[in-house]
Ligand binder design. Structure first.
Ligand code: PMP
Length: 410
């Protein structure tokens, strides 16, 4: 992948399944920014993919109670009955979808759900259609599992959304999955029911293609956007759809590592085979906390949404006031994915020509001490991603520095 740097160590040869993959660009930038900060430079990091809020106290209390009553042992392989029940109720209450307990799986983060699903289904050479920009892990996990990511560019003009004609054209006899993520990391774009409908119609005509949907940012949407998951729109696809979600983003629980999914029983069973040899089960304490997250009070979700919306508006308007940048207003998540075509070809005060978005983000880190991630890391250029899950003061200062840095380009 062009967004990655290969692992190279003298005397060590990695297995071929990871030879072309390596350490993610996002982690590399994060490490470089952290090192600069340690050296005393005033670096502002807008790279993190996690809410800056704390896990709510009620959820922490449920975890403490679980420890005290001895819920500290292995649990059922792919989730405790209590958590599966809470997930089934969540799917019914919030998504209008019915999943039985044996159609639900719980793993160590949604990332492991993706990994289990691809490991359990992808044979060498099988294709997985992924619209770009995409969350970097998607293509890497597919490749580790021996599959072939088929990347379809969906730029800002297309609202960063896949169109039915593009999907139809990309499907081959080897297509195993289509992977859709709404709201999206990194673009923040979301699919309404109207956006989804033509895509689901295409899938109805191709019974060998399965649909994987990543609803991780469901609760972070703005301006009255009505979140909907595909199975609720088209129940005929339920028998070949995996609906992925998790507690990381909505409940500020990234470190607890709990993700879950609903899907057909046979797929859920196959995923359990992978999990049984990888982790045995997700953390018992985190599962108890997640029961409280899903069953407990939900009112803080609205407050946090309002706070994210305020920051989204601040960042989008500041970016659009900078000549050379153009930012579409995202419907959800906590990222902006701004175009930077207007700075490509310009020259920095040190005489370096900006040839690509990664040159621009390198320049922002070196000159403005602001760490952001280039579009190339997400498979679409020239763009860059800002995570605005940080304080308003930091965002204001970072945007001022970006504006000053852009003004210095000739
Ligand atoms: N899906 C998307 C779109 C994400 O951005 C992330 C986290 N960055 C995940 C899934 C994985 O979340 P987790 O493993 O923490 O549940």
């Amino acid at each position: 992948m062009n967004s990655q740097t290969k692992i190279e160590e003298a005397g060590f040869t990695p297995a071929s399944r990871i030879a072309a993959i390596g350490v993610s660009k996002i982690l590399q930038i994060g490490a470089r920014a952290a090192a600069m900060k340690k050296d005393g430079l005033p670096v502002i990091i807008l790279g993190a993919g996690e809410p800056d809020f704390d896990t709510p106290d009620t959820i922490k209390a449920a975890a403490k109670a679980a420890i005290d009553r001895g819920d500290t042992k292995y649990t059922a392989l792919d989730g405790t009955p209590e958590l599966k029940k809470a997930i089934a109720e969540k799917f019914r209450r919030e998504n209008n979808v019915d999943y039985a307990l044996d159609e639900i799986t719980v793993a160590t983060g949604a990332k492991q759900i993706l990994f289990n699903a691809f490991m359990a289904t992808v044979n060498p050479g099988d294709e997985v259609i992924i619209p770009t920009p995409y969350w970097t892990s998607y293509s890497d996990i597919v490749e580790i599992c021996g599959g072939v990511p088929v990347l379809i560019p969906c730029d800002a003009e297309a609202g960063f959304r896949l169109k039915a004609e593009q999907l139809e054209k990309a499907i081959t006899p080897k297509t195993r999955w289509v992977l859709l993520n709404s709201p999206s990391n990194p673009s923040g774009a979301a699919y309404s029911e109207t956006d989804y409908r033509p895509l689901l119609d295409v899938l109805l005509n191709h019974p060998h293609v399965w649909l994987m949907v990543d609803d991780m940012y469901e609760h972070i949407v703005y301006d009255g956007f009505r979140f909907v998951t595909p199975v609720a729109i088209e129940p005929r696809l339920k028998s070949r759809t995996l609906t992925i979600n998790g507690v990381s983003k909505a409940y500020a629980m990234t470190g607890w590592r709990i993700g879950y999914a609903g899907g057909p029983k046979a797929l859920i069973k196959a995923m359990a085979v992978i999990q049984s040899q990888a982790t045995s089960c997700p953390s018992s304490v985190s599962q108890a906390a997640s029961v409280e997250a899903l069953n407990g009070p939900q009112d803080f979700l609205k407050e946090r949404q309002a706070s994210f919306k305020h920051r989204r508006d601040l960042v989008v308007s500041a970016l659009n006031a900078i000549p050379g940048l153009a930012c579409r207003t995202p419907e959800g998540a906590f990222y902006t994915f701004s175009g930077c075509a207007g700075v490509i070809g310009k020259v920095t005060p040190k005489g370096k020509r900006i040839e690509a978005d990664s040159d621009f983000t390198d320049y922002l880190l070196e000159d403005a001490h602001v760490a952001v991630v280039p579009g190339s890391a997400f498979g679409l250029s020239p763009y860059f991603r800002i995570s605005y899950a940080t304080s308003e003061a930091e965002l204001t200062e970072a945007l001022k520095r970006i504006a000053d840095a852009c003004a210095k380009l000739v």
